[in-house]
Design a protein around this ligand. Structure first.
Ligand SMILES: NC(=O)c1ccc[n+]([C@@H]2O[C@H](COP(=O)([O-])OP(=O)(O)OC[C@H]3O[C@@H](n4cnc5c(N)ncnc54)[C@H](OP(=O)(O)O)[C@@H]3O)[C@@H](O)[C@H]2O)c1
Length: 323
């Protein structure tokens, strides 16, 4: 496993990492989560992604329980959480990045994770009803109070990220160092076009999500929704149309020969493709079982095989972004 700097920060994260969305607290209990995290750790993963809202706090509780059991040295792993949606009801408890919410939310997460601090905290979505300046000050204060080490954004626009960074610069506050966007073979625009200036100009790193487009890029949805898959979960019914989209599944079928020529699976090809973008600090993978973790992390060996020529073939199949 290689380790990359999180943007211009000095923090090093494994180029492939593991997240807990959908899985922990829904498909996996602490035992299953432990198997997945241990499998990832054994393969060199040092970054584990979480969020307050995942399974309404249960995902953090499970990760906290697993971290306690596995007892890895704290210096050796990086844990994140994210705030925006909240897990209780009230005007200052939901859909906000105001100071009151953020400085309360971090205490709840630390308790559930059983940690003294989290390494990375994300503002999970932009909040049009709170001045960005208020959010930047709250994130700065969270770090100054020792509850987090770095902060970033998730699914913010380039303009919002730039505004936050400039406010922090102007007031000598802790700057956002990372953005967490969706990035996969079917979802490229933001990372490859909109954010283009952010990497050089302000050194933003990327921790990207859904490298398999929720499993679509493994080819498992080519003949409908398989039992036991994410697409079969009743609360994720809204995803089925996308997962079974004919044009996308046809493109996945055309990627299969490229994967077999490289001696890898479709999942490995899709994950390695995300990591082949040098602006990506880490590709956050997801898995509902340890065997998927093992398969997916072997994508690290595929990254060097993605030559210009292979990347051009992939672009020709999925349709590259317009210049
Ligand atoms: N910031 C955000 O807004 C945001 C949003 C979403 C995710 N994230 C983060 O990104 C992480 C990864 O996202 P994701 O879970 O959507 O990633 P993904 O890689 O697109 O999808 C993962 C899912 O695909 C299936 N899968 C994985 N490996 C497979 C394999 N080798 N063969 C067949 N099926 C396989 C599994 O679901 P089944 O086995 O159930 O089918 C697994 O849970 C999340 O855990 C979370 O930490 C962040």
């Amino acid at each position: 496993m290689n380790y990359r700097r999180l943007g211009r920060s000095g923090l090093k994260v494994s180029e492939l990492s593991l997240g807990s969305w959908v899985t922990y607290g829904n498909q996996l209990d602490a035992g299953g989560a432990r198997e997945c995290m241990a499998a990832a750790w054994d393969r060199g993963v040092n970054f584990f992604d979480n969020a307050e809202v995942y399974a309404a706090g249960k995902s953090e509780e499970i990760m906290g329980e697993v971290l306690k059991k596995l007892a890895w040295p704290r210096l050796k792993y990086v844990v994140s959480t994210k705030f925006y949606w909240g897990i209780t009801d009230g005007p200052n408890e939901k859909n906000t990045l105001n100071r009151k919410f953020l400085l309360n939310a971090i205490d709840g997460s630390l308790k559930r994770l059983q940690l003294d601090y989290v390494d990375l905290v994300y503002c999970h979505r932009p909040d049009p009803n709170t001045p960005i300046e208020e959010t930047v000050w709250a994130m700065h204060d969270m770090i100054e109070r020792g509850k987090a080490l770095y902060w970033g954004t998730s699914e913010w626009s380039a303009a919002e990220i730039m505004a936050a960074w400039q406010l922090a610069e102007r007031h000598h506050l802790r700057k956002p160092v990372v953005e967490q966007p969706e990035y996969n073979l079917f979802h490229r625009e933001k990372v490859e076009k909109e954010f283009a200036r952010l990497y050089e100009d302000i050194g933003i790193g990327l921790t990207t999500w859904s490298p398999l487009a929720s499993g679509l890029l493994t080819g498992k949805y080519r003949n409908g929704v398989p039992a036991g898959s994410r697409g079969a979960l009743p609360r994720l019914k809204f995803m089925v149309a996308e997962l079974t989209d004919k044009a996308k599944n046809d493109a996945v079928a055309k990627l299969a020969p490229v994967a077999s020529e490289l001696g890898c699976t479709l999942a490995q090809l899709a994950i390695a493709w995300c990591a082949s973008n040098p602006n990506v600090s880490t590709v956050i993978t997801g898995a509902s079982r340890a065997s998927q973790v093992e398969e997916n992390l072997a994508a690290a060996d595929v990254i060097p095989k993605l030559t210009r020529e292979v990347l051009a073939r992939i672009d020709a199949i999925v349709g590259a972004q317009p210049a």
